[in-house]
Design a protein around this ligand. Structure first.
Ligand SMILES: C[S@@+](CC[C@H](N)C(=O)[O-])C[C@H]1O[C@@H](n2cnc3c(N)ncnc32)[C@H](O)[C@@H]1O
Length: 290
């Protein structure tokens, strides 16, 4: 499997409301819809109405939620973890960063974000301690305790997803792993986010955007909720260009993944949708017209 990360900074775009970001949106949008009639879209290889797509996508994730994490590990041999690590490293958040993770599902990006911010903060504390050798032990332990109660610097991550079942699994995982401070779970549609304008420093969407019916609307919403200078990071499957690897990849995708889906999650169709939806998603090279 192949994945790529797209990142856009809003600073350069902010003076022109319909600038580059929305051109990217149009590029994705037209690529995704060029083979379907007005009011129709695609669900994997099927052409369906736009309403039907939303419902079908909802059912896919409702059905796989409980086995979602184990299926990700099995299908990718754990590689999805590395891709997600790379995304958060590229984000390079600092104590204080406000993150919105859309289509956040079971919280993988949010948990990595929390770990990263904590490690950044610990690094900062060590630096401070080095330069203030005369701090008392009481002062040191007080600063640690204060930051243990909340995320360093008041950082926050909001996991927003349209699917209640995915969020339910995510919340259980958070409880089990001990993540609570600075983390919230919100049911919401990427196309109509329930947040105020200019609220977040970073917007992420990992393996989510290809499931959204109106990608251009989701991008407009990302732009609206990001602060000026905020960043948009998208992790998504990409197309394989090498013909030999591409044949192997197709073989694996169509012959193995649905079988794994049936064995592990008892759900062939949802994993058939997964591989088809990857093929329907626009290729990673996008020409911007702005
Ligand atoms: C493949 S999962 C990705 C989950 C998580 N980001 C990860 O990387 O593990 C796709 C997620 O997108 C969500 N989703 C699909 N359409 C959405 C929409 N319109 N708005 C918000 N979330 C959506 C699904 O419910 C699902 O949780």
């Amino acid at each position: 499997m192949a994945a790529s990360i797209g990142a856009v900074a809003c600073r350069a775009l902010h003076s022109r409301r319909h600038g580059k970001l929305l051109s990217i949106g149009r590029g994705l949008f037209s690529g995704a819809r060029c083979l379907v009639a007005e009011g129709e879209t695609h669900f994997g290889f099927q052409n369906v109405s736009e309403t039907e797509k939303g419902e079908k996508v909802y059912h896919v994730f409702e059905s796989v939620a409980k086995k979602y994490d184990i299926m990700n590990d099995s299908m990718s041999l754990g590689i999805h973890r590395l891709w997600k690590d790379i995304l958060v490293h590229q984000m390079n958040p600092y104590p204080g960063t406000q993150l919105l993770d859309v289509a956040g599902g079971t919280g993988d990006i949010a948990f990595r974000f929390i770990n990263y911010v904590r490690s950044q903060w610990e690094h900062q504390i060590k630096q401070k301690l080095k330069s203030h050798q005369n701090l008392s032990w009481q002062e040191i332990s007080k600063s640690y305790q204060e930051e243990e109660l909340k995320l360093p610097g008041g950082s926050q991550v909001v996991v927003c997803d349209i699917n209640k079942e995915m969020l339910k699994v995510g919340k259980q995982k958070a409880q089990h792993l001990g993540y609570s401070e600075g983390l919230s779970w919100v049911v919401g549609n990427a196309e109509e986010l329930p947040f105020n304008d200019n609220k977040f420093d970073v917007y992420t969407i990992a393996f989510g955007i290809r499931n959204v019916t109106h990608i251009d609307q989701a991008l407009q919403e990302a732009y609206r909720v990001l602060k000026p200078g905020g960043r948009f990071l998208c992790l998504e499957f990409s197309q394989v260009n090498n013909p030999l690897i591409s044949r192997l990849y197709d073989l694996y995708s169509f012959q193995v993944i649905p079988v794994l889906g049936e064995i592990i999650a008892g759900d062939w169709k949802s994993y058939q949708y997964l591989v088809e939806s990857i093929r329907r998603f626009p290729a990673q090279v996008i020409r911007c017209s702005a």
